[in-house]
Design a protein around this ligand. Structure first.
Ligand code: 5GP
Ligand code: ZN
Length: 139
């Protein structure tokens, strides 16, 4: 498959890898939003969280925690924004799941996750809850 991040995982394309284990690679984003901006990927191709096999969820997110700690110790940021662009519409440009870990610094000019989108629903949250529960039969 012609996937950029699969090629980084297999070392076909070089990257600044800061952490790696059997299932996961973490490397510095080529176009960092802040100092230390890192992306974490499962080595096996999965386009997004819904495609990630259950047994890869824990190792992937454990690596997110580990890498966040590494960045904290090395760069001493004031906080982090951790997130996934899930789907093209949300801004995903590489169709291989990657979790962004973006260190945050005083005066970095960024906002919170709440600044990503402003499109509040017309229905109330109770109605939304009913819809979700009913569709999923309590799964
Ligand atoms: P997305 O918009 O899909 O959530 O994020 C893709 C990220 O991958 C972007 O932040 C982009 O800078 C980064 N990226 C794209 N190509 C490469 C590459 O070849 N090497 C590295 N290290 N990062 C890349
Ligand atoms: Zn891939």
């Amino acid at each position: 498959m012609d996937c950029l991040f699969c090629k980084i995982a297999s070392k076909e394309i070089p990257a600044e890898v800061i952490y790696e284990n059997g299932g996961v690679v973490a490397f510095l984003d080529i176009n960092p939003m802040t100092l230390g901006h890192t992306v974490i990927i499962p080595k096996n191709h999965a386009e997004n969280i819904l495609d990630l096999p259950d047994d890869e969820v824990e190792p992937t997110f454990l690596a997110v925690k580990l890498v966040t700690g590494m960045l904290m110790r090395a760069l001493n940021p004031k906080g982090f924004t951790i997130g996934v662009n899930h789907g093209r519409m949300s801004g995903q440009t590489v169709p291989h799941l990657h979790i962004h870990v973006i260190p945050r610094y005083s005066g970095d000019g960024g906002g919170s996750i709440h600044s990503v989108v402003k499109y509040p629903p017309k229905e109330g949250i109770k109605e939304t809850k009913e819809k979700i529960i009913k569709t999923n039969n309590g799964d």
